[in-house]
Design a protein around this ligand. Sequence first.
Ligand code: GLC
Length: 456
Amino acid sequence: MKRLRILLFLCLILSSIQAQDKKIWNETEQEKIERMAWWTEARFGMFLHWGLYAQAARHEWVMKREKIDKEDYHKYLEIFNPDLYDPAEWAKKAKAAGMKYAVITAKHHEGFSMFDSEYSDYDVMATPYGKDILKEWVDAFRAEGLGIGFYYSLIDWHHPEFTIDSRHPLKPQDPKKYKSLNKDRDMSLYREYLKNQVRELMMNYGKIDILWLDFSYPGQHGKGKEDWGSVELLKMVRELQPDILVNDRLDIKDYQGGWDFTTPEQFKVDKWPEENGKKVAWETCQTFSGSWGYYRDEHTWKDSKQLLVLLIESVSKGGNVLLNVGLTARGTFDYRADEALEEMGEWMKYNGRSIYGCTQAPEEFEVPNHSILTYNPETNRLYVHLLDYPMKNFLMKGFAGKIKYAQFLHDASEIKIGKKHGAWGNEAGSKEDINLLLPVNKPNVEIPVIELFFKD
Ligand code: GLC
């Protein structure tokens, strides 16, 4: 018995030592909530993918997809000159769409730095453009009051010390060849380079709100935390930018402070994502079409209703949306992105109140047919998004006695609360239900929203 107790005691000490090891920094749950509050409130951001691949105009993975070697790829560096680049205009577009923050690619997998880097000649200074794109971008987006973030690719297909792995353009057919292919490559030198570049990003551009590191694929012929030096890297980042929010792709999800939000990519979650049984902060990143980089001949563009539903549904499950624009090599938005952003902006202008600061509605509320609910806990208002406009009567089960006032959000016009009426007379569901008396004609809004005020 005594031995067992000693053993248990030792186990406890060991696990607490381990837990201490697995810590990037100290922060309470409450402090974390406060650090992330602006982002949780914001709900909607712009992702910007821009790099040399914009010139190929056929996906940001073109180098890997077409197995283009570095020498061939160099032609893109030699001509990169976005003469129409106007970040102030970009920032205005993001703002007009209702977005509150933006994240731009500082370096993508191709390895090209969009900023003036002391550690690389493969950067924007070596192109005919010759100016620090990131610096201009940060100034313009900050000036519009938008939160700013950098995407930085952990993967690098240009760096000579980055070892060839399963995602690399030079991936061998025969796995036995990895060893010989990598014999002159030293990943520790790349790790150093990566840290130096991230330090530059954290030090040379003022306050940075978000760092989006991408991505880990641990396992055989993959890369993960040891390869990136994730723990040291993130400790440095948090020291230099204590308020920064970091995504979860460093492969240190089991570390305290190892990530701030999770990043479901290109799919809709069925419910609020959880880790160890607890709901976590999340942001889905999505494209208008299938590609992140500008892709001239890709035509699977989502329509505005799909995009709005994506946003509303994400908020209804407690999450954010980071919607991507792939910039052209001239420095412009694709016309299809412009159209989609304008349409979203039009909706957001009148209905943003059901998005900003909102979250999943309390479970006690039954979701009415063909609708999505969001809820603002500060103002205690509930928002009903009408996906398929009803025929006059809109039944809300279980709401009897709770609602003080109902209105359309877009024009603040009253919606009367009554009983169901029609040829068959009064047939509202049970006594617990209410019926909203909607106008026959759908308001001139893609997805009309009803705002409900509760009795105190
Ligand atoms: C993936 C892709 C990358 C894209 C990113 C955005 O990791 O590799 O091309 O930038 O997702 O989330």
